[in-house]
Structures are given as structure tokens and as C-alpha cells.
Write a new protein. Structure first.
Length: 256
């Protein structure tokens, strides 16, 4: 079932707090256990990492025990990925690299049980292994699952008015690097045109009651820029980046 961890995550944003989270790419669940209570949420990445579903489940268990919301970015919108990730107990799910409004609509509907959507029935951990069942579980899942679509193309920015009307969505998530790439300036995420596109996404989403998130690297300056543009949940880098950057700073201080 969806835990109070996700509820607290949403309550922070509802209260106007910007939330910060860690990308999870390493397989060891000790990563999420150690960071629980520091991060507001975990972004478990299956798109760009070799993380298995078994490792993902271990991260979900550790996050739940540590009191931290866990959101999983799947590799694609294939319904097989959606079912396996949700039935393993993800509290939230992110669709990357969406290419059309219809793809987002089908993804969002695949995350919700009928009559709200088309999600197939076969939960395991979400029902606490069969202890939480019936209409109460179905209503709970439909109401509380955090469903996010990542906007990473300028074409979809121009279609935001249609995207924000998809009622099965909970959130819009921004992919600044890929967005900049579709604008002919890959990696130039602080270009005024890219920032204007991000502002458009955030403004239209929030005006229609959707949360706004973004992926990014370890960059507090850009994080604050996104915050000023209306982004509410920020995946600010991830596990291996934290280790590398802190180790580099520590060693440099000692060596110098």
C-alpha cells in the first residue's frame, strides 16, 4: 500500500516547501537506508542504470523502513514495466522520454485501476501481501499513487495545455538536459530559452494542480534556479556523485 512517507512528501510541497531527493543508481539498499531521513524522496533509476527489479525492491523496502518516499523512473512506457514496478510496491512512477501527448495519456491510464484507468490487477507488496484488499485497496491505490511524466522535448512544451488536462497524472517532471538537446543546445541548461521553456512547463502544470519536479546533477545554483522557476521536487544528483564530490573535496583539503 502507499505509505505515509509519500503523503508526507506531498504535504511538504502543499505547504510550499521545496523538496530535495537523491537519485539511486547503485544496487546496494544500504544506500537508501543510510540516506533515509536526509533526503525527502528517492528517485530510483531504471532508465540509465543496470539496476535490477530485485535491487529496486530492496531499495523500496529500505526506503519504506526509513520513512522516505520512493519514486521509480522506468526505462519506457511499456505496460510490462509499469505493472512490474507498481506491483513490486513503488509509491510513485516516472515516465521518461515521452514523445507524444497520447503516450503520456496511455502511461497515466495504465497506472490507475478501472474505471479510472486500465491497470491490470496483480499487486503483491502494495496489498501488504494480501492483507489490504478489496475496494478499499483499489480506491487507495488510485487516489495516492504518484504518477509523473517527464517532459524532455520542446515539442511537448508546446503541447502543455493538453498534457495538463490528463486527469490521471499527479505530476510533471522536467528533464533539462534532454530538453536543451531538442532545442539544439544539449547541455546548455541555463540558456535563457531553455529556462523559459522550463518556466512554461512549471507554470502551466501548477496552474492545473500538478506537482512539478526535475532531474538534475549536483548543482545547488541550478537547483535554486529551478526552485525560482516553480519546481517543487528536485532530484539533485545521486549516490555515486555524492561520494565522488565529497571525497574529492576532502582529499583536496588534506593534500593542499
Amino acid at each position: 500500500m502507499i505509505t505515509d512517507n509519500l503523503k508526507r512528501f506531498r504535504e511538504k510541497m502543499d505547504a510550499g516547501q521545496v523538496t530535495t531527493g537523491m537519485g539511486v543508481s547503485l544496487s546496494d539498499a544500504a544506500v537508501t537506508e543510510a540516506m533515509s531521513g536526509i533526503a525527502d524522496f528517492f528517485w530510483i533509476d531504471l532508465e540509465h542504470c543496470p539496476t535490477s527489479l530485485e535491487s529496486m525492491m530492496s531499495h523500496l523496502i529500505a526506503a519504506r523502513a526509513g520513512g522516505t518516499a520512493a519514486i521509480v523512473r522506468i526505462p519506457s512506457g511499456d505496460v510490462g514495466w509499469i505493472k512490474r514496478v507498481l506491483d513490486t510496491g513503488a509509491e510513485g512512477i516516472i515516465l521518461p522520454q515521452a514523445q507524444s501527448v497520447e503516450e503520456i495519456r496511455q502511461f497515466a491510464r495504465s497506472c490507475r485501476y478501472p474505471p479510472m484507468g486500465t491497470r491490470g490487477f496483480g499487486p503483491r507488496r502494495p496489498t501488504n501481501y494480501g492483507r489490504f484488499v478489496g475496494q478499499e485497496y483499489l480506491d487507495h491505490a488510485n487516489e495516492n499513487l504518484f504518477v509523473a511524466a517527464q517532459i524532455e522535448t520542446i515539442d511537448l512544451v508546446h503541447q502543455m495545455d493538453e498534457i495538463v488536462q490528463i486527469k490521471e497524472l499527479t505530476s510533471i517532471c522536467i528533464g533539462p538536459n534532454d530538453l536543451s538537446g531538442t532545442m539544439g543546445m544539449l547541455g546548455n541548461i541555463t540558456h535563457p530559452d531553455v529556462l523559459d521553456a522550463i518556466r512554461t512547463i512549471a507554470t502551466k502544470a501548477r496552474e492545473n494542480g500538478l506537482y512539478v519536479g526535475s532531474g538534475m546533477g549536483v548543482d545547488p545554483v541550478f537547483a535554486n534556479t529551478l526552485k525560482d522557476l516553480g519546481v517543487q521536487w528536485l532530484q539533485v544528483g545521486g549516490d555515486f556523485e555524492y561520494m565522488m564530490k565529497y571525497a574529492q573535496q576532502l582529499y583536496d583539503q588534506i593534500r593542499n
